[in-house]
Design a protein around this ligand. Structure first.
Ligand SMILES: [Zn+2]
Length: 94
């Protein structure tokens, strides 16, 4: 499966792109591309996405008519996908 997340989410600490990886408990996590070189930013994908969604929504509210491009539909798609993949995983593990 092509990962739609790669390149979409940036590290809050160093600004590099985050890549997703599957952790030991099948949970998708995000890891900073600079992780090996000192950046310690690693977080749960869902948490990160929800944070982004909130931020984009707030931005949209503040700017109202000025917002031409927004990440909201993109993030919502990815969240749907995330929920779809995790539920498939749960089914498969039974
Ligand atoms: Zn980083």
């Amino acid at each position: 499966m092509v990962n739609p997340l790669n390149g979409l989410i940036r590290c809050g600490e160093c600004g590099r792109t985050m890549t997703s990886m599957r952790g030991s408990n099948r949970v998708l996590r995000l890891r900073c591309a600079h992780f090996k070189y000192g950046c310690n930013n690693r977080s749960s994908l869902l948490h990160q996405l929800e944070k982004m969604l909130l931020k984009e929504r707030r931005k949209k509210e503040e700017e109202k008519e000025q917002v031409e491009h927004t990440l909201i539909p993109e993030i919502e798609n990815v969240l749907d996908l995330y929920h779809a993949t995790t539920s498939v995983d749960k089914k498969m593990s039974y």
